[in-house]
Design a protein around this ligand. Structure first.
Ligand code: ZN
Length: 261
């Protein structure tokens, strides 16, 4: 069974900026999905901000193994109820890949719990993405680094929590460095942040970047059944304890009572 992957794009600059439209005539989400669909083990479809419920209905998310997120100009237009819905699916085990300017998306900030801020500069400078975790699933098929001739710079400090793993570190022509490939886990869901992807450069046409995207989908896929009860907080009655217990002292709640939230 191929990994059911949904590529979400805000689809704003493709419609408004002629440079971006020229690079991505069908939208960045379509180009990213085409990279994923080069792998027979992945079945990628797309959704955009402008779709009803942003294309992220309960039903569609329930059928999604890995969600890929690209947003920049319209983070604030993503409805909070849908962000909450996506967060719950990540907790249940859906993989999430957040790309480039998605560092400031509501979903990423919510899952990280930090400012997610960074430095930036749009000078079309060279980026060298060093593979610092050579045996990682996400780095398979790559050499020691990826060279991108023209990129937007993102510089440290990147205000995110300490990651589980650092897969890539970027060097920029202007001298800054940045942790470009970071992994996290939230609940049962695996999260990968990948830096490249500024919309005025052909980043998602780059062969090695496309390889990283495919690798990341395989890494983020959790084949276990969805942990749908992850947000439940059940009371365990005294009589239902694994070992025999005698009630001691006063209590606030009755056996089996719904907890406070
Ligand atoms: Zn950018």
């Amino acid at each position: 069974m191929p990994i059911k992957t949904l590529v979400w794009g805000e689809n704003v600059h493709e419609q408004e900026n002629p440079v971006v439209a020229g690079l991505y005539p069908e939208g960045m989400h379509a180009t990213i999905a085409s990279a994923l669909n080069e792998d027979a083990g992945i079945a990628a479809t797309t959704a955009v901000l402008q779709d009803a419920e942003h294309g992220l209905t309960e039903e569609r998310l329930a059928k999604t193994d890995v969600l890929v997120w690209w947003g920049h100009a319209a983070h604030g237009k993503v409805e909070d109820a849908i962000v909450e819905r996506v967060q719950k699916r990540v907790w249940e085990g859906m993989g999430l890949i957040v790309l480039h300017s998605g560092h400031f998306s509501k979903i990423f900030k919510r899952l990280m719990g930090t400012a997610c801020s960074l430095k930036w500069r749009e000078a079309g400078e060279r980026e060298r993405i060093w593979v610092v975790n050579r045996s990682h699933r996400i780095a398979q098929g790559l050499g020691e680094c990826i060279e991108l001739p023209n990129t937007e710079m993102y510089g440290e400090p990147f205000a995110v929590p300490e990651p589980l793993e650092t897969v890539f570190i970027s060097w920029f022509e202007g001298g800054e460095v940045f942790r470009s490939g970071l992994t996290y886990q939230r609940g049962a869901g695996k999260i990968f942040y990948f830096r490249p992807g500024h919309e005025t450069y052909p980043i998602y046409h780059n062969t090695e970047v496309r390889q990283v995207l495919r690798n990341a989908v395989h890494w983020a896929h959790n084949p276990a059944p969805a942990w749908t009860a992850i947000a439940d907080a059940p009371n365990v009655p005294v009589a239902a304890a694994k070992e025999k217990l005698v009630q001691k002292g006063p209590r606030l709640h009755r056996d089996g009572e719904e907890g406070l939230r």
